[in-house]
Design a protein around this ligand. Structure first.
Ligand code: HEM
Length: 417
């Protein structure tokens, strides 16, 4: 287990009643770090559906499916503009000439209608057709990584497969150099870990990400290739050609979204398979079930936690939220809500309703979901076709991490050779 220190306790605002206070640190809760989804099931029983925690700067956490749905769709009340756009525009206009641009992860930090303007051009880049064309090369890479680790009879799965597979696919798609992979991963990790503890430092970290990509971004403007950065230069946003600032805005978002998500989904799912040998057998014998199985895996182990800031007074599942309050959309709990998914802890391929919200819901729904789904399905297919039964290594317990992307630090697996 990672032993992270609990963050300091923030003072409770007057509008928060004692009954809605529940002490939960998304980065360091001991139960979450010991076994995240067991702790999330426990939260659904022990905490109010929307509660206020004094940790991580103080803020609300929405647990239930209904509350997450409502808040995700109501962008007029629950905003993604953590720095309001008028203040951001004034800040950018006040920068001295030649000062480095402050990138904003766009469109995830915008509300409609501005959000729509920037999301729409990106849809083309991540269309099912563009992604389907990558399936064979993803399979080739997955097969190579699996064959490389197989003779040893044991591995640390995150380093052997779950990190290199999606991260290499993504860097290739974007057109970024593969040899800088460790540096890119380190910057994104730093960003994700500091989101709640150092909100002011966010601009500096985003500038660091933009700087790490700048050489390649400029090169693709002058020497277009068959990659996303070259495609982004050719987009028009609101009828205007893309600028370097637009490229950096899109770039930092894709970097954060693409480098830290799929790998954690892969780790959680492989741990799930390693602890459920009958399921492994069933899928190995019936590979046609894998597409459906991948969806139930996403529901059972949903792992991202988007943020919102409250813009106007609102009622959410009995709680009164005030302007300026922070709200965490705790999607991993929404997908384990028994009201929506009976017996939520059971991995059930025959579930009548398997419409999970692991990719979010509403206008910000994940743009990378087609890519993520192909990567996850191909990995399960290749693992089950190429590997004998794999189990958790009893000598090395799994190490988890919390945060806005809940996931796995290390996952030791063993199999017979
Ligand atoms: C299994 C892996 C993934 C999961 C679970 C996931 C989950 C999510 C969620 C929950 C959101 C909504 C955030 C919000 O409401 O504020 C989101 C947005 C987004 N995701 Fe993903 N994501 C995954 C992989 C990816 C990948 C691989 C990419 C790109 C390469 C990507 C690109 C994006 C983008 C661009 C947005 C912002 C969309 C918008 O604001 O309109 N995601 N993702």
């Amino acid at each position: 287990m990672v032993h992270a220190a609990l963050s300091p306790v923030a003072p409770k605002p007057a509008h928060v009643p004692d009954a809605l206070v529940y002490d939960f640190d998304i980065h360091a809760d001991p139960g979450l770090l010991a076994n995240p989804h067991a702790r999330i099931l426990d939260l659904l029983h022990s905490a109010p559906p929307v509660f206020w925690t004094p940790r991580n700067g103080g803020g609300w956490v929405a647990l239930t499916h209904a509350a997450n749905h409502e808040a995700s769709r109501d962008t007029e009340t629950y905003s993604s503009e953590f720095v309001p756009q008028d203040r951001m525009k004034a800040l950018l206009a006040s920068l001295p000439p030649g000062a480095p641009h402050i990138p904003q992860p766009i469109p995830i930090t915008l509300d409609p209608p501005e959000h729509t303007k920037y999301r729409q051009p990106l849809q083309k880049v991540f269309s099912p057709k563009t992604i389907a064309a990558l399936r064979d090369s993803i399979r080739e890479l997955a097969a190579a990584l699996i064959e490389e680790m197989k003779p040893a009879g044991r591995c640390e799965y995150m380093a052997a497969v779950a990190e290199p597979l999606p991260v290499q696919v993504f860097l290739k798609m974007l057109g970024l150099p593969l040899d800088r992979l460790p540096e890119y991963r380190a910057i994104v990790k730093e960003h994700m870990e500091a989101i709640d503890s150092d909100r002011e430092g966010s601009m500096r970290r985003l500038q660091k990400i933009a700087a790490a990509m700048r050489d390649t971004v400029l090169d693709r403007r002058d020497n277009p290739q068959d990659d996303i950065l070259s495609m982004l230069w050719k987009l028009e946003i609101d009828g205007q050609p893309t600028t370097l600032a637009d490229m950096e805005n899109y770039g930092v978002l894709l970097f954060i979204a693409g480098l830290d998500t799929v790998m954690n989904g892969m780790g959680l799912a492989m741990r799930g398979l390693a602890t459920d040998l009958p399921l492994q057998r069933k899928l190995r014998d019936n590979p046609k079930l894998i597409a459906e199985a991948a969806e139930e895996m996403l529901r059972r182990y949903t792992f991202t936690v988007p943020m919102r800031i409250v813009k106007k007074e609102a009622q959410l599942a009995g709680a009164t939220l005030m302007p300026g309050d922070w709200l965490k959309l705790f999607l991993p709990a929404a997908d384990l809500d028994a009201k929506e998914f009976p017996q939520p802890d059971v991995y059930d391929l025959d579930r009548e309703n398997n419409v999970h919200i692991a990719f979010g819901v509403g206008p910000h729904r994940c743009l990378g979901s087609h890519l993520a789904r192909v990567e996850l399905q191909v990995l399960y297919e290749e693992m089950l076709a190429r590997m004998p039964e794999f189990r958790l290594d009893p000598d090395h317990p799994t190490v988890f991490h919390g945060g806005h992307v809940i996931g796995i630090e290390s996952l030791h697996l063993v199999w017979d050779v």
